[in-house]
Ligand binder design. Sequence first.
Ligand code: 13P
Ligand code: MG
Ligand code: MG
Length: 409
Amino acid sequence: MTEAFCKVLRYFFEVYNEGTMKRVTLSVIKADVGSVGGHTKPHEKMLKEVREMVAEAKFNKLLIDADVKYTGDDICLIMSHAWGANAPIIHKFAWDCFKAATRVAAAEGCYGAGQDLLVDAPSGNVRGAGPGVAEIEFVLDKNNKERPVESFLVFAGDKCGPGMFNLPLYQTFCDPMHDGGLLLNPKMNKGFKLSVIDMDHKDRDHDRIIELEVPEKTWDVAALLRDMDRFGIEAVYSRYQPNEQIVAVSAMRLHNIAGKYTGKDDPVALVRTQGMFPAPEELIEPYLLGHFVSGDARGSHVMPIMPVAINTTVAGAYCLPIVSCMAYSMNEDGYFSGEGVDIFGNNVWEATRQKIVRKAEEFRRQGFFGATMAGNAELAYTGIVEALNKLDHGFVLRRGSSYKEETGK
Ligand code: 13P
Ligand code: MG
Ligand code: MG
């Protein structure tokens, strides 16, 4: 950024800052652009590079506040700013960060340098270009008794697809067995609108979306969400205050963009919490289960997902899908509280982790047979298709089918 441009940015920010009501956007953008010794973690020098760029962007008032974390081999930018959702200036900044980290990864000989950057340069928006994006725009108003300040959670998953969030979000927003707040909080009791995306829809100009209101349509939601490779929750809205978006998920599939397996579309989810929205405990309880998700090991296996501390390296046998969760507060000016809480980093999750390792071990004993490997639709983007095509030519037709013997026709 030139000095003249930075001056314009700073001027714009001063004007923006004078208002008492501010429209602020939270953008969480993550990508895998290289990792040490396989799909483990980004190199420390990559993180340093990105953190320096973020510090400069904060100084120049492009960003109000930001944090840089990693989960497995994915770098995650958590940013607040004044530019709105899908803002080209923010998306370009994130892209530039990932490009810079890619250069470091390449110089250090890291595995998969630039893996998730699927195009040469994105046209204004990195959505559809590889990185995972979750954004929510809302108004910060110190006179608003409902929500003078903000609190939110950032979930990041590695070695899993975006449908990983289907079950936990279903349990929080549709099932009082897992979220007593649905019964106890009259504002939550009004229900929610869920936006579900068909992630198999391949059209560069249109997404295929269905909006369903719960609790009335809970069973319809369940019927879609069970197919986590195809359908994903991409957004949840309050019905108590319909303009308020509570959840954003980076629900898109890399193989649909690239046409082949290029690494996993490891997802991020942004969730506003407290007050008229679910409390953190109601959002994290589903992760006690270690639910089976697809996307592990070459993106082709099913394994239970383990809640882990932020900045955790992937080192589990056969990868093991992981999910981290950071909790932040935001003040009336859009600044984070100076620290975040590493929810799954707490010891209280240790017993859950032990249980999930045992669950994973047991499942791995079945190797590639049946339910342990991802479904055919997922494998269609992998090399097994070549092997099966070759074998297909080896099949012959044999006279005297058992069908004829049974039916007599
Ligand atoms: P990443 O998408 O995180 O690189 O993981 C690929 C994988 O499944 C490793 O086996
Ligand atoms: Mg990787
Ligand atoms: Mg990854």
